[in-house]
Design a protein around this ligand. Structure first.
Ligand SMILES: Nc1ncnc2c1ncn2[C@@H]1O[C@H](COP(=O)(O)OP(=O)(O)O)[C@@H](O)[C@H]1O
Ligand SMILES: [Mg+2]
Length: 325
């Protein structure tokens, strides 16, 4: 039978004193769209780097399409493509030359590399831009060029580590349209993102916190775990509100600048809650559970970093990283 696209067992990575991965077990099936979600510092890039053979595990094993990332490094490299948040393209070279260079690095004959480069540039809508130095392209075009570069070797599996960070909504949509096409053609896409609506398209999601997977399921099942709808509150005194709620049997999580409560019928209880709470409520909102709510419930912390204001609409569908540290 087919080997799993990714098979990770007991994976540990230490950087000196820092234990970035604390025993990760994970299997991704061929053709799956799989998302890794978690706050900054959770260990996501470390895991991607190990899978991409750029770092070695401290303990445990990782296989990509059946190949061991340590002992079969070259085979893994040929089988996968990766897009990191940091640019890998050569800014002074044209888009086409970037792809040719990549093809030659991977041992394609130059005629084949040229043909492949033109095919990919065409399919990503970059044909016209490809003659210009990469540094003169728009942010969205440059990100697509990163994706194009990762596709030169025709990889069966794509790793995308916050590949769309900082792009505007249109550019992100364009990028994901292409990724969806690749996934529909049977490739495995293993990705991490700061944008909640991108994670929603995943077949399964692993929530990762401080080097451990805290939950792994379909987006729908993860949200169903909360067992109700969500109330988010901004108050003048969250600590007092939390104590008062706890005395009445309500477990409220403190997610940065907001309190989060789960209830089977949140809209029905909210008015009474507002009447009786002994603190001033500046904002109250009821919504269907988001992945951020699930993470907050499981870990007591949101993906969001502290301090920055939440965008309108409580951040649903927007960047969950409300300003990076
Ligand atoms: N090269 C490194 N040396 C030391 N610590 C590192 C290094 N790379 C990452 N770390 C630490 O490992 C942890 C996980 O980092 P990372 O994998 O980049 O997380 P994420 O991608 O989820 O933000 C963090 O505490 C980070 O500071
Ligand atoms: Mg990272």
């Amino acid at each position: 039978m087919f080997a799993p696209a990714v098979a990770v067992a007991g994976l540990v990575k230490r950087y000196g004193e820092v234990e970035a991965l604390r025993g990760i077990d994970l299997t991704v099936q061929p053709g799956e769209r799989f998302a890794l979600l978690g706050p900054n510092g959770a260990g996501k890039t470390t895991l991607f780097s190990i899978l991409a053979t750029l770092r070695t595990p401290t303990a445990g094993t990782a296989r990509v399409l059946g190949r061991d990332v340590v002992t079969e490094r070259d085979a893994v490299r040929r089988a996968m493509g990766i897009v990191f948040q940091e640019p890998a393209i050569e800014q002074r070279l044209s888009g086409r030359d970037n792809l040719l260079l990549m093809g030659l690095l991977y041992g394609l004959p130059s005629a084949a590399a040229r043909k492949r480069a033109d095919e990919i540039l065409g399919s990503l809508g970059l044909a016209e831009a490809a003659g210009r130095p990469a540094k003169n392209l728009s942010g969205g075009q440059r990100r697509k060029l990163e994706l194009a570069r990762a596709l030169v070797t025709d990889p069966q599996i794509l790793f995308l580590d916050e590949a769309t960070l900082g792009l505007d909504v249109d550019a992100r949509r364009g990028f994901w349209t292409h990724v969806r096409t690749l996934a529909a053609a049977g490739r495995t896409v293993f990705f991490t993102t700061h944008y909640m609506e991108e994670a929603e398209v995943a077949d399964r999601i692993a929530l990762i916190d401080a080097g451990r997977i805290v939950a792994l399921d379909t987006p729908r099942a993860l949200k169903a775990r909360l067992g109700g709808g969500v109330i988010r509150l901004q108050t003048d005194d969250d600590a007092l509100a939390r104590t008062w709620l706890a005395e009445r049997g309500w477990a409220a999580e403190a997610g940065g600048t907001e309190l989060m409560l789960v209830h089977a019928d949140p809209a029905a209880v909210l008015p009474e809650l507002l009447r009786h709470l002994p603190v001033k409520v500046r904002r109250a909102e009821v919504h269907e559970p988001s992945l951020d709510d699930v993470f907050l419930k499981l870990t007591g912390r949101g993906f969001a970093s502290e301090g920055a204001a939440a965008p309108a609409g409580g951040g649903r569908g927007g960047p969950n990283g409300r300003g990076r540290p």
